[in-house]
Design a protein around this ligand. Sequence first.
Ligand code: ZN
Length: 181
Amino acid sequence: MKAYIVTDYTEDFIATNGKLTTDEAGQKLEQYIVEQAEKHLNEEDYIVFAVDIHDPSDQFHPENKLFPPHNVEGTSGRNLYGTLNDWYQVNKDSDQVYWMDKRHYSSFSGTDLDVRLRERRITEVVLVGVCTDICILHTAVDAYNLGYDITVLERGVASFDPHGHEWALNHFKNILGATIK
Ligand code: ZN
């Protein structure tokens, strides 16, 4: 059993009018991320939607100084993008599907993800979503430190920054020992 973790594939990060959008770079991933969700559902893997939740009035949150407000609690910007949202609406009641709010880049920071994976004896994480060099990177580093095997699906990740994207793919492979597929 693996965990297929879809990070921040939301309106704010993907839609052309999103608050912090990767725009076309992110939109290109849509069909592949949905196909892989279906595949991992059929393979009885655990499917996690790791989604930023922010409060722009929180003066203590470091992202509020770094980025414009995005994925604000209670806004449609947090909805999954496009046909992935359709897929989620159909499958959200499955025991294999878990919506997980997160406050930081890493899916492991301040969440119960590690506990849930250990309960299920999951030892491998499969990562897709955005951004390759921010939330995917920080999640991969934490997964490495926690001893998980890591796979990053190259066709399933994107960034605002093409150089950061390439750098992160090399880092996953050469420094974190990840499999890049
Ligand atoms: Zn954020």
